[in-house]
Design a protein around this ligand. Structure first.
Ligand code: NOJ
Ligand code: MG
Length: 579
């Protein structure tokens, strides 16, 4: 029996971890959504000084790096992802002096910060776009303009192609002044930059260099797949994209999924641009010294493309191409086998010398605790923190924050606002963006204002950071324990042996030779399971609980019998062999 189990185990070497020495390797990253993190000046919107104030808190939990959603000048149509000046801080977030005051602190706290770079589009309020509208010779071709086409039957002018916006409706918008359409793959107010113009390519590289010179440790690059569209020079007309033809999953012609984005996403030129940006950051480091500057890339794309964003064997790309394979394919209905399949898939496919990464939540998806079920909050955090490579946590997931229901009237997220009162909620990203819950005081200690840009969750009096820091057991205490244990050699550099023992239970070990053997047991189901762990791993007659979910019968430090281990419903447990 034991031999059989061992045979089906796949030993997944934690690629490259043996040489883990730099700050970012085996890193533990925290995504800060600054608007909702901490408001220092009482206007109901979070800001840079709020981040500065709370860095010690993040350091104490054990994060080694942060990435921040955009803080640059913006009309805030897409809450900072519509940038009107890539070289300025938006007043809601503070000033350049605030930024400069913050910058040395992450380094002192050994938790470096990466900043969002939004290269695909600017705001329609940027000087570049305004000048492009006016056909200023320098900016005329900064964006993608087209006359459109004449409908043969009606004689009317129409958009150049059927391309759809991520935020619904056509991706083409008519401009009366210029008498042409421009492309926007996101909101109407987010015109796509023209990457076939070398001046734009250089401008965007200069933006990277500008912020590197200000001391940023890296960039989270936004919306990468959309950079390039087909080259008009190769076609007489922008070609229509084929229909998805999936009446069940995507019946609405105004939705982005209605067409297949073969001419607007993941073009080879786009992947090449990421390699070029890697060269920019590597060159900067070679010239200026200091730590490696990181690229984290956001690309919801095919698995093959996610791997290509790492590099193509000849050229390097992103250090951390976000693992959206797991995020997109594993949910509260997934079996243990599905989890394991997606974990192995990433581990097996990674090119040489890179690290795996695990992302389960961000500001664009519903909250982890809501998606996987609140009972599984700790189990999911345990999984995220005990796999090899980088763990990336969205602010609030460590407290088990859940989605906040937001009425149609209070909804501010553009794709939801482009919808209707009946359908907006599924499309809305507001529920995962509400203010961070610091304590039980008014507005959860997020602000001194009596109004916040999105409502504070009703549960803040009982679910907040201060309460969880003080309680003997809490989601945050478990998280903190995980971050401490993942510094052990077996987690930093150890192999992963993982298996689904049935539809409900995932069991895996992390071990580096000559270091401790850790075994993690995750029971996804609502039924208790008694498991003989010794059938799978050499735990001996006793094992110690390093940490376990709040709803476990055990507490940290308990000694258990691995041959009859009870995995309570929805509980995750980290065990270590006791010699
Ligand atoms: C991805 C960002 O994460 C999202 O919030 C934004 O709306 C789009 N890119 C457009 O920039
Ligand atoms: Mg584009």
């Amino acid at each position: 029996m034991r031999t059989q189990s061992v045979v089906v185990f796949l030993v997944l070497a934690a690629v490259g971890l043996a040489r883990a020495t730099e700050w970012w390797e085996s890193g533990n990253y925290y995504q800060i959504y600054p608007r909702s993190f901490r408001d220092s000046d009482g206007d109901g919107i979070g800001d840079l000084n709020g981040v500065t104030e709370k860095l010690q808190y993040l350091k104490d939990i054990g994060f080694t790096g942060t990435w921040l959603s955009p803080i640059f000048k913006s009309p805030m149509v897409d809450f900072g992802y519509d940038i009107s000046d890539f070289y300025q801080i938006h007043p809601d977030n503070g000033t350049m002096e605030d930024f400069e005051r913050l910058m040395p602190r992450p380094r002192r706290l050994a938790s470096r910060s990466s900043w969002t770079f939004v290269p695909n589009h600017s705001s329609d309020q940027s000087e570049w776009f305004k000048k492009s509208v006016d056909s200023d010779p320098q900016y005329k071709d900064y964006y993608i303009w087209h006359d459109g086409k004449i409908n043969e039957e009606t004689g009317e002018r129409e958009p150049p192609s059927n391309w759809g916006s991520e935020f619904r409706y056509s991706a083409w918008e008519w401009n009366d002044v210029r008498q042409q359409y421009y492309l926007h793959q996101f909101a109407v107010q987010q015109p796509d930059l023209n990457y076939r113009n070398p001046v734009v390519v250089e401008e965007m590289k200069n933006i990277i260099r500008f912020w590197l010179a200000k001391g940023v440790s890296g960039f989270r690059i936004d919306a990468v797949p959309y950079l390039f569209e087909v080259d008009l020079d190769r076609y007489n007309q922008y070609p229509d994209e084929p229909l998805t033809n999936d009446a069940e999953a995507c019946p609405d012609p105004d939705d982005h999924c209605y067409t297949q984005h073969i001419y607007t996403q993941d073009l080879p030129e786009t992947i090449d641009m990421v390699y070029q940006w890697r060269e920019v950051v590597d060159t900067f480091q070679a010239e200026h010294g200091g730590d490696k500057r990181l690229l984290l890339t956001e690309a919801y794309t095919s698995f093959e493309n996610m791997m290509l964003y790492y590099g193509n064997g000849v050229r390097n790309g992103s250090h951390i191409p976000f693992n959206f394979d797991f995020l997109s394919n594993v949910n509260n209905a997934s079996t243990a086998g599905t989890y394991v399949t997606h974990i192995k898939k990433w581990m097996d496919a990674m090119p040489e010398g890179v690290y795996a990464n695990w992302v389960l939540g961000n500001h664009d998806n519903k909250r982890v605790a809501s998606r996987f079920g609140v009972q599984r909050t700790d189990l999911i955090n345990i999984l995220l923190q005990t796999l090899p490579g980088h763990a990336i946590t969205y602010n609030g997931e460590e407290l088990g924050m859940t989605d906040v229901w937001i009425s149609w009237e209070d909804t501010v997220d553009p794709p939801a606002c482009n919808s209707d009162p009946e359908h907006y909620y599924d499309r809305s990203r507001d529920p995962a963006r509400t203010p961070y819950q610091w304590d039980a005081s008014s507005k959860a200690g997020f602000t001194s204002a009596d109004h916040t840009w999105l409502p504070v969750s009703d549960d803040y009096k009982t679910k907040n950071a201060l309460q969880q820091l003080r309680a003997p057991r809490s989601h945050l205490q478990i998280f903190n324990k995980l971050l401490r244990v993942r510094k052990e050699p077996s987690f930093r550099q150890g192999d992963l042996n993982i298996e689904a023992i049935d539809d409900d239970v995932i069991i895996y070990s992390r071990q580096k030779s000559d270091s401790d053997l850790y075994v993690i047991v995750l029971n996804l189901s609502g039924t208790a399971k008694t498991i003989d762990i010794t059938k799978y791993f050499k735990l001996g007659s006793q094992a110690e609980v390093i940490t376990t979910s709040l709803n476990s019968q055990h507490i940290d430090g308990d000694v258990v019998n691995p041959s009859a281990f009870v995995a309570n419903p929805y509980v995750g447990t980290v065990l270590v062999a006791v010699n």
